[in-house]
Design a protein around this ligand. Structure first.
Ligand SMILES: [Zn+2]
Length: 190
């Protein structure tokens, strides 16, 4: 009788693939190095979110500083919280993508299966990394400096930083269709 593995079924349901695959997908040169690092740490749940700080005895509460009703886990911080959700919605509109943000791995799987070509998928990953970085940056601004940035402002930062980076490391040989698509990303309003 074949063995039934809850872990395998769960991974299939949420779209988790081989971790090495994600690492390879994430660590591409179109992404800004510090964006890659924070996004990779977020994916591995290694950032010092409040739930981890509370477990370590550093803080007394893991209450989310934005919505107050949520607990600051990685999933909450990057996907579930209203604040982060707004960042994602604005960025999705800019990219013309209809991804339902559930978990990090799910978005990567969605991008992997999308009809975009390889170059465009890597651009999407660079945007996702930039978004993760800026969500974490905005969280730290609110936590440590008491400054709350509007989602539109943060999304525009992602657009500018990521597009500038991609143009600075652009391969010499690039299909016209990719160049036109990149120009549209640069010119579209966030
Ligand atoms: Zn929240």
């Amino acid at each position: 009788m074949p063995k039934f593995s809850i872990k395998k079924v769960y991974k299939k349901l949420i779209g988790v693939q081989d971790p090495e695959y994600y690492d390879k997908f994430m660590w591409n040169r179109l992404s800004i190095p510090k964006h890659r690092l924070i996004a990779w740490m977020a994916m591995k749940e290694r950032l010092w979110t409040k739930d981890r700080l509370m477990q370590a005895g550093v803080v007394q509460s893991d209450e989310c500083q934005f919505c107050v009703v949520g607990h600051e886990t990685h999933i909450h911080r990057f996907f579930q919280c209203k604040n982060s959700h707004d960042f994602l919605q604005i960025t999705k509109r800019w990219l013309g993508y209809n991804i339902t943000p559930i978990v990090f791995h799910r978005i990567i799987s969605y991008l992997r299966r999308s009809k975009r070509n390889g170059f465009q998928r890597l651009v999407m990953v660079a945007v996702l990394s930039g978004l993760m970085y800026q969500v974490w940056w905005a969280r730290n601004e609110a936590c440590w400096n008491g400054v709350v940035w509007r989602p539109e402002v943060v999304a525009r930062r992602v657009q500018k930083l990521v597009v500038d980076r991609i143009f600075s490391v652009l391969p010499h040989k690039l299909f016209d269709a990719n160049r036109v698509w990149l120009d549209s990303l640069r010119l579209n309003d966030v």
